[in-house]
Write a protein that binds this ligand. Structure first.
Ligand code: UD1
Length: 418
């Protein structure tokens, strides 16, 4: 059933909001659980469709899955014997690529289609494959299908050509049960990678250095049971912080790790937003009168590409000209055409967008084409005059749990319409 969001303009977000578990951790931790044949418990899972799909995949592979609460899952992995996850589910999310590393690690064989997910331009997985091959897997790519086989996996020294979250985690997953030591150099340093490493170590793996650019993994024979709490979602937190900043609102963003938000906090301060920072909360107060800024996306701890569209919307309400340079995904600018329908003055030049701020946006009919771009349209709708309708919200649901209810709790009038 096609659904859309209807949002009334000129609304300010006010109140407090608790942040859910991190999507990008949870989508790696569930596949990682396949590395054990025992039982694991995972708490603070976000209720997003990417997680629902992964649970269906784990069940199809033979895992027994039971929810202890809405956000807490128990997985018994004893009955898992399949190394071939169903194509129709794998195709629905990018993070299904983590099944490659975990199934290869556990069974030394995998048959899996290429992963789906947001279209942000070319998203190759050559670095993942390079890592699996270095560990001893024979990799065959045929008609969009990846088949990997290994007699055994042996630790290796792997240098990543570019900083990749997916490749770092995937190689880590494949290496924990390999013989001997694996070293990943030029590894990504995202907090979600540390979270996955902590989960693996709780199961008995020996992963050291996660969060730095050199990760060392001493292979172990098998993994056991574990309990784990997923870290808070810094992108969801950043979304509500930017929404408050853009709308001239006041929002207490709770249950977060402020350190993970350093890049966003610094940028918001730079454009004139007032921020109070506590142990596990940030209070955002904004007059709505903002300064322009230049933003460049970089791997963590740089400004996250996943908040680039939201930041672009924010900069449309600043007084002056801003520049956003997208260094991670070359085509992650598909939101611009939709924002232009609202009257935004944005010019694209190669990997940079020039934003002329200070012109009021007008409500329009928008089509979400990817997860984060879609979420940024909600913020654009809130600052514009008139009514906005956002279609394609299945993209937003992949990464934000009941987004309209979250905004209702901040006093916003927004409806989901079938
Ligand atoms: C992950 C995140 C996504 C985020 C992105 C960048 C998950 C599930 N998704 O995506 O939300 O936007 O990190 O922070 O955690 N690359 C290659 N070859 C490879 C791998 C990557 O060329 O084998 C390139 C990509 O095309 C991109 C860059 O490296 O230009 C970074 O990609 P990567 O960090 O791997 O992103 P994802 O893991 O897909």
């Amino acid at each position: 059933m096609q659904q859309c969001l209807k949002i009334y303009g000129k609304q300010k977000t006010r109140g407090s909001i608790k942040i859910n578990g991190a999507k990008n951790s949870a989508v790696a931790i569930l596949p990682a659980s396949l590395l054990t044949g025992k039982t694991v418990k995972v708490d603070n899972l976000p209720g997003i469709t990417d997680i629902h799909r992964l649970i269906e995949i784990l069940s199809a592979l033979g895992a027994k899955v039971s929810f202890r609460t809405e956000t807490s899952l128990e997985l018994n992995l004893n009955g898992v014997s399949s190394f071939s996850p169903p194509s129709e589910l794998v195709n629905q999310l990018r993070a299904s690529y983590y099944l490659m590393g975990s199934l290869l690690g556990r069974f030394k064989r995998v048959d899996i289609p290429m992963p789906g997910g947001c279209d942000l331009g070319p998203r190759p997985i050559d670095q993942h494959i390079k890592g699996f091959s270095a560990l001893g897997a024979k990799v065959n790519l045929e008609k969009g299908f990846i088949k990997m086989r290994a007699k055994k996996l042996k630790g290796a020294h792997i240098y990543l050509d570019m900083v990749s979250v997916g490749a770092t985690v995937n190689i880590m997953l494949a290496a924990v049960l390999a013989e001997g030591k694996t070293i990943i150099e030029n590894a990504a340093k995202e907090p979600e990678i540390v979270d996955v490493a902590n989960f693996l170590n709780a199961m008995g793996a020996k992963v050291r250095g996660a969060g730095t650019d050199v990760i060392k993994i001493q292979g172990v024979k098998e993994l056991g049971s574990a309990e784990h709490i997923v870290i808070p979602d810094r992108i969801e937190a950043g979304t509500f912080m930017i929404a408050a900043a853009a709308t001239g609102g006041e929002v207490l963003v709770k249950d977060i790790i402020p350190k993970h938000l350093d890049a966003i906090i610094a940028k918001l301060k730079e454009v004139g937003v007032s921020l109070e920072i506590g142990l596990d909360w940030v209070l955002v107060k904004s007059s709505g009168c903002l300064l322009p800024s230049d933003v460049k996306t970089f791997p963590y701890p740089g400004f996250p590409t996943d908040l680039q569209p939201h930041m672009m919307v924010l900069l449309t309400c600043s007084q002056g000209t801003s520049l956003i340079t997208e260094n991670i995904f070359e085509r992650r600018f598909r939101h611009i055409d939709e924002l232009k329908k609202m009257g935004a003055r944005i010019k694209l030049e190669g990997r940079s967008a020039i934003i002329e701020g200070g012109y009021e946006l007008t409500g329009a009919q928008l089509q979400a084409m990817d997860l984060r771009g879609g979420a940024s349209f909600i913020i654009a709708a809130l600052i514009s005059k008139g009514e906005t309708e956002i279609r394609g919200i299945e993209h937003i649901d992949r990464g934000y749990e009941k987004i309209e209810e979250r905004f209702h709790s901040l006093g916003i009038k927004i409806e989901r319409i079938s």
